[in-house]
Design a protein around this ligand. Structure first.
Ligand code: MN
Length: 242
């Protein structure tokens, strides 16, 4: 198997090395990732200036490839330079990509880019930001990769691993994860206002969702697809607007 590994945290993230070492049991692994952090860059691509792709030193001193752009750019250039892989893995992201987060996430954005080319993709996040256990998360990722060989192609999976998980997986839907107090206005030293987007997630805990599963110690695996059509609206809209 030919595997392309990317992320949104930058090519120097130790997570890439843990992932590569674990995934080498399946075949050739190439790391192509943004030269610097690009979290919350979603599925953005760079179209207004040229991109560079260059060999660089990874966290453990081995060699990888850096891209002067976004996670999705890294997928585009990875495919161009190294050919179409059988699988693209994006992560391991330190921090959850649950529920509505997937629309902001650069980690998931890279997986969406893979889906555009009908390439199998898995986005992986660990929920613990403070002390992420990348070695354990890489092993869990390998388990998912092993089982995904039975799946119809192409697939797009979003995996979230909670701290102190129970070792079991739940197949989930996306939950709701709204952010409260998500923008603050402050005053700079020149007396002008500036704004900072941040805040606390306000989660809903419906059973069957990724948020519910990870809150109960399970590893969540949510199958995603690019088609955002709301099928439930089609008939109503036809009656009203056609
Ligand atoms: Mn990130």
């Amino acid at each position: 198997m030919k595997i392309l590994v990317t992320n949104d945290d930058g090519v120097h993230s130790p997570a890439l090395v843990y992932l590569r070492d674990e995934l080498e049991q399946f075949g050739d692994v190439t790391i192509v990732a943004p030269e610097r952090e690009a979290s919350a860059s979603s599925h953005a691509i760079t179209v207004h200036h040229p991109l560079r792709l260059y060999e660089c030193t990874l966290f453990d001193g081995s060699r990888g490839w850096a891209v002067s752009g976004t996670p999705a750019d890294s997928v585009v250039l990875g495919i161009l330079k190294f050919g179409t892989p059988d699988l693209i893995i994006s992560g391991i992201n330190p921090g959850a990509n649950l529920g509505d987060d997937v629309t902001y996430s650069g980690t998931v954005g890279a997986a969406f880019e893979a889906a555009l080319y009908d390439i199998n993709a898995i986005a992986v996040s660990v929920i613990d930001v403070e002390e992420p256990d990348y070695a354990e998360a890489a092993r869990q990722t390998a388990d998912v990769v092993r089982m995904s060989e039975q799946l119809p192609n192409p697939f797009l999976l979003n995996v979230n691993i909670p701290p102190h998980h129970n070792g079991k997986r739940r197949i989930t839907t996306l939950g709701r994860r709204l952010w409260s107090n998500n923008v603050q206005e402050r005053i700079d030293p020149r007396n002008k206002p500036y704004y900072w987007i941040s805040g606390e997630p306000k989660e809903t805990y419906d059973e069957g969702t990724d948020i519910h599963a990870t809150n109960h110690g399970f590893i969540s695996v949510t199958p995603l697809k690019l088609d955002l059509t709301d099928s439930s609206m089609i008939e109503r809209l036809r009656a009203l607007l056609e």
